[in-house]
Design a protein around this ligand. Structure first.
Ligand SMILES: C[S@@+](CC[C@H](N)C(=O)[O-])C[C@H]1O[C@@H](n2cnc3c(N)ncnc32)[C@H](O)[C@@H]1O
Length: 277
């Protein structure tokens, strides 16, 4: 009943039905642990809960701030992560990167992983939860993101397995790793105006933009420096933006990386690239 009233609030402001429905289900689950099925089975909301939900929806519609930032939570790999204006909201595409890194980790005895640009910490935390043998180091240029990632590690009981610290790419890295993983910024700044308001005005700019023409400057920097930080036969695993696969593949080959493997996402886009030292 109130679900329909909430959906109407969104529709009045030009949102499409599917998005409205998904966001409302997200809010009700995040705030009250209610799923759509609970409502079908007759669960109801109190006046307080209705007022709280309405307030959130109204803020969302008025400001266009992403619903995950308003509620302070996002789902990744079916788990909750704290997010805020310092952390990218984890994207479903990144789950593919994680599942591919997990496959690589199966063949390594005690995998030691470096995550560059950790944001909310969703990548190393999920890796540690899915494979108990993994330990990780995780860096970001933003201290505020690192603080959030640490909280997420505590929340998921893997704080002892991951060391989070500030580093501009490899600047403060002194060890070698079996796998280096990164979902780096990959949107050329000149494309900013084509992005949705939710992304361009609310995701942290440090998480999104590059200053070069094709959005590959971080891949280039990481690839050219990575040899010194990878163990023999170590892996490098990246998430890719649209149309970047060929360019990144070329840089990998020029830097003597081998066994290059490209994995497509659910939209048939080349989304993950893995290679070996
Ligand atoms: C696309 S976001 C990825 C965040 C998170 N790993 C995820 O997948 O949701 C890129 C991250 O790289 C960080 N970053 C940007 N420049 C960096 C640099 N020079 N060194 C380290 N991290 C950097 C940003 O702050 C941001 O957290």
């Amino acid at each position: 009943m109130y679900r329909k009233a909430f959906i109407d609030l969104y529709l009045k402001d030009g949102f499409i039905f599917e998005d409205a429905k998904n966001e409302i289900d997200f809010v009700l689950e995040t705030l009250f642990n209610y799923t759509y099925k609970d409502f079908l089975l007759g669960k109801t909301l109190s006046q307080n809960q209705i007022a709280k939900t309405e307030k959130i929806i109204k803020e969302r519609i008025k400001t266009r701030r992403p619903i995950q930032q308003i509620t302070g939570q996002a789902f990744f790999y079916n788990r909750r992560f704290l997010v805020n204006e310092s952390t990218l909201i984890p994207r479903p595409e990144t789950e593919l990167l994680v599942s591919e890194v997990l496959k690589l980790s199966q063949n390594i005895e005690n995998p030691k992983i470096l995550d560059i640009g950790t944001g909310s910490g969703c990548i190393p935390i999920t890796l540690c939860l899915e494979n108990s043998k993994i330990t990780a180091h995780s860096v970001d240029i933003l201290s505020s993101a690192i603080e959030t990632a640490k909280k997420n590690a505590l929340l998921h009981n893997v704080y002892e397995k991951i060391r989070f610290f500030k580093s501009d790419l490899f600047e403060n890295i002194e060890e070698k790793y079996d796998i280096i993983v990164s979902n780096p910024p990959y949107i050329p700044l000149k494309e900013k105006e084509n992005l949705q308001v939710e992304v361009k005005d609310f995701d942290p700019p440090e998480a999104l933009f590059t200053n070069d023409e094709y959005g590959i400057e971080y891949y280039e920097k990481i690839i050219t420096e990575s040899h010194d930080y990878l163990s023999d036969n170590g892996y490098l695993a990246f998430e890719l933006g649209v149309n970047q696969c060929k360019l990144v593949e070329k840089i990998l080959k020029a830097n003597k990386y081998r066994n290059i493997n490209i994995i497509k996402d659910f939209n048939n886009i080349n989304r993950v690239i893995i290679s070996r030292k």
